[in-house]
Design a protein around this ligand. Structure first.
Ligand code: PMP
Length: 360
């Protein structure tokens, strides 16, 4: 049979724009929440030798035993309670493929991480979003009501949340876990920037349907590597084996992530400075007229401003931030990643200039 026209994409994808933050060649890029400093020199010096002795003509270890064991040792868990994948986005997709899918629902919060709706759509999972309170906290009554009505098999929470920067905290996670029958996924992509004790990882011993996802992309300064991981019950990891592609995490990424763990202290040494820089930028922005800065436990700031086209006007000045006006339902709202001091000074100068131009 010879068809005439092109093959139609799945109907639910027909109107979908390919997703992704703009990758623009501008001097100051503060839109994707990476750490501004490259990986430590000692790690880079060892990386070449560490990957040259890999047998790259062979498939990688499907079970990523060495990397999972290293993560398990770091977390004080058995290796069968650790999963690794190609970025934490892939971890989340695999969770939805295993526990969501056609006929099942997920529950999330709004505003939340912009990939959750994408991952739900790709996996055929229906998604209900519950609005955060005006103070940025989850409305637990609303979550319980939606949970009772929709019976989600997956709940997606981010701790700290993106784009608000707010922590979720153990009490909320306990309440949500009590309110649902499904898997509670706490996405801790930014938790290393939060104060000590902010992780809900200790609740894994208490809450049987909790899993915690993490990534090497943010505080670990390896966004280019694509490695994320999951901590939780061994039975969940066993279910993820049912949906993962056979060799989903390449050998170079496995080895490099393992080496990064051996250099963990050096990788994470920037944290105090990054947090201090975040607080400096937050204070400087908050001092500008009409600007509201949300408290953040991450390496980015949610900022509300009176300038409706702030995103475009900063871009015209060579500063790329994230336009979150639609996501948070506030014209003039942007999300700003903390960069180097020089990048942040350029951002502050640009915001100040745009606000001044608006007042004249
Ligand atoms: N979760 C959140 C909340 C994020 O902001 C991001 C990255 N933007 C991710 C997960 C995914 O990160 P990666 O796939 O690089 O691990």
């Amino acid at each position: 049979m010879s068809g005439a026209g092109p093959v139609a994409v799945r109907p639910e994808l027909a109107d979908v724009e390919p997703y992704g933050a703009p990758q623009l060649d501008v001097p100051v890029r503060l839109n994707t929440n990476e750490t501004a400093e490259p990986p430590p020199a000692a790690f880079l010096a060892e990386l070449g030798a560490a990957v040259t002795d890999l047998a790259l003509h062979r498939y990688p270890d499907r079970e990523a035993v060495a990397l999972r064991s290293a993560l398990a040792a770091r977390e004080g868990l058995d290796a069968d309670r650790v999963w690794v994948a190609n970025g934490s986005n892939e971890v989340l997709l695999q969770l939805l493929q295993a526990y969501g899918g056609p006929g099942r629902r997920a529950l999330g919060l709004r505003p939340g991480y912009s990939m959750y709706p994408e991952l739900c759509r790709t996996s055929g999972t229906a998604l209900d979003l519950v609005a955060l309170d005006p103070d940025g906290r989850p409305d637990l009554d609303a979550v319980a009501a939606v949970a009772a009505e929709r019976d989600p098999s997956v709940v997606l929470l981010a701790n700290p949340n993106n784009p608000t920067g707010a922590l979720v905290g153990p009490d909320v996670v306990r309440s949500v876990h009590d309110a649902v029958r499904g898997l509670v996924v706490v996405d801790e992509a930014y938790v290393e920037f939060a104060p000590d004790g902010a992780s809900v990882r200790p609740l894994l011993d208490e809450l049987p349907r909790l899993v915690v996802s993490r990534t090497f992309s943010k505080a670990f300064r390896l966004a280019g590597l694509r490695v994320g991981y999951l901590l939780g019950p061994a039975a969940v990891m066993a279910d993820l084996r049912r949906v993962r592609l056979p060799y989903h995490l390449d050998a170079i990424a496995q080895r490099a992530a393992e080496l990064a763990l051996a250099h963990e202290e050096a990788f994470l040494a920037h944290r105090a400075a990054t947090v201090a820089e975040r607080d400096r930028v937050a204070a400087a922005l908050a001092a500008l007229p009409g600007v509201v800065v949300h408290p953040s436990a991450a390496n980015f700031l949610l900022v509300e401003t009176p300038v409706v086209d702030l995103f475009d006007r900063l871009l015209a000045r060579g500063v790329l931030v994230r336009d979150v006006a639609a996501a948070v339902d506030r014209p003039g709202a942007v999300r700003i990643t903390i960069g180097t001091r020089a990048e942040d000074d350029a951002l502050l100068g640009a915001v100040t200039a745009v606000l001044a131009a608006d007042r004249t």
